[in-house]
Design a protein around this ligand. Sequence first.
Ligand code: DAH
Length: 385
Amino acid sequence: MPYSVSKLTDFSTRALDEAITDVRDALREEAVAVSDQTQFKVHRDRWLARKNGILTQIRDLWLKQAPPEARAEVGKRFNELKDQVENILQTQKMELELRAAEKVASKRIDTLAEWKSMALGPSVDITLPGIRRSLGAEHPVIRTMHEMIGVFRNLGYSVEEGPEIETDFYNFEALNFPPNHPARDTQDTLFIAGQESKPLRDRLLLRTHTSPVQIRTMQKMKPPVRVVCPGKVHRNDALDATHSPIFHQIEGLAVDTNITFCDLKGTLDHAMKAMFGSSVKTRFYPSFFPFTEPSADAQISCIFCDGKGARDGAPCRNCKASGWIELLGCGMVDPNVYGFVDYDATKVSGFAFGMGVERIAILKYGVDDIQLFFNGDVRFLEQLG
Ligand code: DAH
């Protein structure tokens, strides 16, 4: 009895296994009876013909009739089966071609080279290279992020991540931004609509910085803590050469007993030298963030004019002739923050910092427009890949 496809009533894995084994056995059995290329054409059409070939029938009777919960599995199995049937038939076709060529030549053909040199060579050249798919490269922003994470990993820091959709509590309140505090306005927050009925602290927003991951980390870990927290952040900023509504930050947090501002300076000085070369200098300039006290902006000596403020007799444009470039915000964790995470502010101290990854990538790669990172133009990405 030649094989015919029958309806499936049972779509369990075991029933599918059996049905598919039957198909493969049938193909093998029928192949034995095929002894020349004319017979092969009939055999191939019986299995592969688009209209009513066995594979088409299997698709119509099994896949299309499968109940929704079994469809993904049947689809996967069907595709595997289709590949196998096509491979088996392709191999058989080559074998028959080889036998035909041997018949014409009245001798055995032992090597592919020998076969290829004949007029009746194989119809598929299996020695040709396959289609080469070009390998992608790490995006310059992600590469910079990984490099920076590597610097801190070497100092014993681990990596923590948090959600991009945050609550007001994590993004603001627990970081010591009281409700209605003007410091909130500096963050150009994108709020999720329709949250007015919830208490303020539960309302959702797109995180404006990676600092909320500090809070999440301290809630789940007791000191000593040393973490970096990379990720995407969002702000309601118009696009221009230095602003993008989506960008990346790396947050850092170290909390332990007896951590001082000296530790902060030493750590960041080391990290900046590791990123930009051992000749860069760092300096710390007073600043304000609600969650650190004291707060500072860390600056590095301008890598374009070596901190001189001038290049080729003209004022340096990169540092506005100051010799310094502002790179990140930092400070000693404000004791109020420990109150939100159940740390004892009389026993522990720590520092935190946050930096923009695009800003660092712009400096490192000499890019003059942040939009280039996001436009997806391969001509740009290839230069840095
Ligand atoms: N979250 C700040 C911002 O996005 C950056 C920052 C400043 C993070 C000081 C810190 C810090 O951890 O200590 O503007």
